[in-house]
Design a protein around this ligand. Sequence first.
Ligand SMILES: Nc1ncnc2c1ncn2[C@@H]1O[C@H](COP(=O)(O)OP(=O)(O)O)[C@@H](O)[C@H]1O
Ligand SMILES: [Mg+2]
Length: 134
Amino acid sequence: MVVTRNAEKTKAFGKKLAVSFNNKNIIALSGDLGAGKTTLIQGICEGLGVKDYVTSPSFTLINEYHGKYPVFHIDLYRLEMIEQIEELGIEEYFEKDGIIIIEWAERMKKLLPQNAKRIKIEIIDENTRNIICN
Ligand SMILES: Nc1ncnc2c1ncn2[C@@H]1O[C@H](COP(=O)(O)OP(=O)(O)O)[C@@H](O)[C@H]1O
Ligand SMILES: [Mg+2]
């Protein structure tokens, strides 16, 4: 577990994490609204050399970036029901080469592949977060 005391530290942790990623990684992020999932992804993407501005996919649900590897950024925030998630066809992405990062991954718990890296961010107070990696 890592404790961060501001958003920049969370980003820096993401950047460090990215060093160990390869072309076949699935990252399942969970944590409440404002926990820092997108912030962590910004750091991961920076570590992967993504030049685009990384923000949560709002209408598309999936954003694709290109860095050292292709990055697929999926946000399930607006999907309440597992049926909607199934309709997205996320499983197809699991077959692709690239890094798949899912925000609100707890919403597709049953659909997550065994090899997904699970990261949970807990809000401790306004600026403090616990980042738990399994
Ligand atoms: N230690 C911290 N780590 C990450 N974000 C933090 C931290 N402290 C404060 N924040 C703030 O919390 C918010 C996190 O937002 P965001 O990354 O969009 O969360 P999420 O994607 O989980 O909803 C940002 O406004 C950020 O500045
Ligand atoms: Mg977000």
